[in-house]
Ligand binder design. Structure first.
Ligand code: ADP
Ligand code: MG
Length: 696
């Protein structure tokens, strides 16, 4: 089935094929992202109006929407231009007025002929203490009363699209919904009490009352699940496709790993062991690994990466570790070099800063297989870099790399196992949405003996006190970071602020004590300053957010963040993660500009309350919404129409397990349910997935 099934044609036809929809309306509907009847099915009402028939307007408290049967009385045309056209009407108990402005008298007379009965529905208001209904929403003959739903759904609107239009478009689209075979696992449908797809679509557009508008209604949950299932099936197909790519079995006795573990002065955490086992097992499989290692700052991802790289080496191949910045690449080199040496493995670094002759020598050694582990920046993936037998690519701090780069990298080696590491704890629902095509290992445990970081909120008005306490701490041999405000998304503006702060702090503490690093600096210069801080020659490092990712200076125990309210929660968490790495008690001062907004206050308080990156991420998600937490466009995160990632993480989880388990049984979607799933993929426009099955 590589073309759309004909049963879906009516739903994918032009909007103009719907009754009462012309070119203009069709164009306007694009404002609601409705391009075909199918799209209208998933634009759901967000509210409803009670239009059940009442006896009289007398007992309601205006303003309120009321539906009543009336007998039409006298018409009174406007006495001045632009004045109201009034029609007196009488319901079962009282008399009131129906009012029109700028109406053609013939139109009103035809709608409301004196002496006849009509059902009118609209908002009743008081005008000079008298009830009146201005421009009724509905005027019908008594025998047409059933055309007004007792509970009328209210849809989101856009320019040129009224409730009446969208109501018509939706009704026409819903009428085209065919009966389709069930694609959800039947026991799940039964357990959840979900209607079938056809009935669910009908139900969401014909709500009987406010309960039916809730995202927790059975019909809406089912439609949300459909969306998530289609998405997860696509990802699961992509994953299955990946796993079909023949990979190399990389395995060995684990002697190199053991050498490293023996050389450490600490034991790996349970989580590090678990993750390593998962990775080693995956690398031993004959298909390509595509795995995410998720672990909060300081959870010890680097060690896991090294153990994985050693597995590639032990299997007779090479491994590469790519870091997003020069500083980080160098830091990895410094940290890993002694360990590699202990294992008897050759480890080298390659960055954009190697001299031509140096670079040529390294490339030759790599091609000959004499370098076994290569650490570097994205320079390691330049075209002229060739490996003798690359088996594993580890990408550190992947959120600094786009999805596209991740893909590019997979193309480098034919069958290279890929391990992506991220310290950005993202809520499970987002992780599933974003990385459902990957396998995930989680470091959910931190190395023991870490002291909690004491976090305090301080207004910038107390700058002098902060500087004074820094002075005392530095006198005691402690080191501190000072992160400057993120004024705008512009390094240049940040820089001015940072240089300014640097000068002032240097005036207080002295030249030999304070350093400055920022993104505009020449990398070599930045490394020198970083190096002096790492070596303890500098006590205070003023920085823009370049230090955000990965930097490790265990003796640094104070983090000052200026204008903390301008940073994202995840970023603040990352920054704070730079301290609390040694044995000393650490402090993080979040300096804010008063007054804080309510949500600004709440955000900073979350940080004070917890150091758990996942909890912070969940809070961030609930405070900001999914789209903002990770920029939607670049994240590859789909925009769901019905499903709500903020609230339906459990459904997403279920969808992933369902999709993966099903594909394990029916990889080509050939069974009866498999065929139904194909229909779902067509319906949900998962073209990518359809291509995957077509070629597979
Ligand atoms: P991240 O996950 O943020 O990349 P790192 O790998 O940089 O964390 O580790 C942070 C620090 O913790 C490093 O100094 C590292 O040597 C140390 N470390 C890693 N694993 C352990 C462990 N099991 N016990 C004690 N210290 C550890
Ligand atoms: Mg790291």
């Amino acid at each position: 089935m590589s073309t759309r099934p004909s049963v879906l044609f009516p739903l994918f036809a032009d909007l103009e094929t719907l009754d009462g929809v012309g070119k203009k309306t069709s164009q306007n509907l694009a404002g609601l992202d409705i391009h075909r009847p199918r799209d209208a099915l998933f634009v759901l009402p967000y509210a409803g109006v009670d239009r059940s028939l009442r006896m009289s307007v007398r007992d309601v408290s205006p303003p309120m929407t009321v539906t009543v049967k009336v007998r039409v009385g006298l018409h009174r045309a406007p006495t001045r231009r632009g004045g109201p056209y009034r029609v007196t009407v009488e319901d079962a108990q009282t008399t009131f007025a129906i009012v029109f402005f700028h109406a053609r008298p013939e139109y009103v007379q035809q709608q409301l002929p004196t002496g006849q009965e009509r059902i009118v529905s609209g908002k009743v208001e008081l005008f000079d203490g008298v009830a009146q209904m201005v421009h009724p929403d509905h005027i019908l003959r008594p025998e047409e009363a059933d055309q007004i739903p007792a509970f009328e759904p209210i849809y989101p609107l856009t320019a040129g699209v009224t409730q009446r239009t969208i109501g018509r478009v939706t009704a026409g689209s819903v009428a085209r919904v065919p009966e389709l075979a069930e694609w959800i696992d039947p026991p799940l449908v039964a357990r959840e009490g979900w209607p079938d797809w056809h009935d669910a679509v009908q139900a969401v557009h014909l709500p009987a009352g406010p309960d039916d508008l809730s995202p927790d209604s059975a019909a809406r949950r089912r439609l949300a699940y459909d969306e998530l299932l289609a998405h997860q099936t696509t990802l699961a197909l992509a994953r299955a496709q990946q796993r079909k790519i023949p990979g190399q079995r990389s395995e060995g006795a684990g002697i190199l790993r053991q050498n490293v573990l023996d050389a450490l002065d600490f034991d790996p955490t349970g989580a590090q062991r678990r993750a390593t086992d998962e990775i080693v097992a995956d690398m031993a499989q004959p298909f390509r690994m595509n795995r995410l290692l998720q672990g909060d700052v300081g959870s010890g991802k680097t060690l896991v990466a090294l153990l994985a790289l050693l597995t590639a080496v032990e299997a007779g191949g090479q491994g590469v570790l790519m870091a997003p910045t020069e500083i980080l690449a160098r830091q990895h080199l410094n940290g890993l070099h002694p360990l590699a040496e202990a294992a008897g493995v050759v480890l080298e670094v390659l960055t954009g800063r190697d001299k031509a002759s140096e670079r040529a020598a390294k490339l030759a050694a790599l091609a000959a297989g004499d370098i076994q582990i290569l650490v570097g920046t994205h320079a390691v993936f330049q075209r002229d870099v060739a490996f003798a037998d690359l088996r594993l690519a580890v990408i550190d701090e992947q959120h600094r790399f786009g999805v596209a780069q991740r893909m590019e990298l997979g193309a480098k080696g034919e069958a290279v196992d890929v391990l992506v590491m991220t310290a950005t704890p993202i809520p499970r629902s987002l992780a599933l949405a974003q990385h459902g095509d990957m396998d995930v290992s989680v470091l959910d445990e931190k190395p023991p003996g870490r002291q909690p970081v004491k976090t305090a909120l301080v207004s910038v008005g107390r700058m002098d006190e902060v500087v004074e306490s820094l002075r005392r701490a530095i006198a005691q041999g402690r080191q501190a970071y000072w992160v400057c405000p993120l004024v705008e998304e512009s390094e240049v503006v940040d820089l001015t602020a940072a240089e300014d702060r640097f000068k002032r702090l240097r005036a207080v503490f002295g030249d030999d004590v304070v350093g400055l690093v920022h993104g505009q600096m020449a990398p070599a210069e930045r490394d020198v300053t970083m190096g002096r801080f790492v070596a303890g020659e500098l006590s205070l490092l003023v920085a823009t957010t370049v230090i955000e990712v990965g930097v490790n200076v265990p003796n640094a125990s104070i983090m000052v963040i200026e204008r903390a309210e301008t940073f994202g929660l995840a970023q603040l968490h990352q920054l704070r993660g730079r301290v609390g790495r040694g044995s000393a008690a650490s402090t993080c001062l979040l300096m804010y500009q008063a007054p804080l907004t309510e949500s600004g206050q709440r955000r900073l308080e979350v940080l004070r309350e917890t150091e758990d990156g996942f909890r912070i991420a969940e809070e961030d998600l609930s405070l900001r919404g999914a789209g903002d937490v990770i920029g939607t466009a670049q994240s590859g995160l789909p925009r769901f129409r019905v499903a709500d990632l903020d609230r339906q993480a459990a459904l997403m989880d279920l969808a992933q397990r369902d999709a993966r388990a099903f594909l394990a049984r029916d990889p080509d979607l050939k069974t009866e349910r498999g065929q139904a799933m194909r229909m779902l993929l067509w319906l949900m426009e998962q073209d990518k997935a359809i291509r995957l099955i077509s070629v597979g």
